[in-house]
Design a protein around this ligand. Sequence first.
Ligand SMILES: [Zn+2]
Ligand SMILES: [Zn+2]
Length: 136
Amino acid sequence: MSQIAQCSCGALRAEVAGEPDAVVACHCTECQRRTGSVLGVGAYYPKDRVKITGESKEFVRGTASGGEFRQNFCTTCGTTLFWSTANKPDSIGIAVGAFADPSFAPPVRSVWEQTHHAWLGLPEEIPHFSRGRTAT
Ligand SMILES: [Zn+2]
Ligand SMILES: [Zn+2]
């Protein structure tokens, strides 16, 4: 099974094969700024199951743990479609919203809840972390 995530204008696309390794909801303020929404939700795939087409630009920022977060956005419409981190170079995160699929797999964990917007309800059954998974 393959699925396609795309930016607002459709010029930048990510075709993924199979199910994601993990879907993670992140409430950190970096994800809030990156998405313009109140949380970021990413689906993580091994690099070899992701095919990116179209032109993107990379923005690199530091992370709380001293690593690098490389986020890639469409040069025409600005949607951040995918990202990678220095500590997991073989994994690509894809913005779940870009699949525009309401039946997409739900998050397996919720991280950085210390900056979670209080009105936003989250499933009880998934693991919750006040910070990153390893820094709780
Ligand atoms: Zn675009
Ligand atoms: Zn985040």
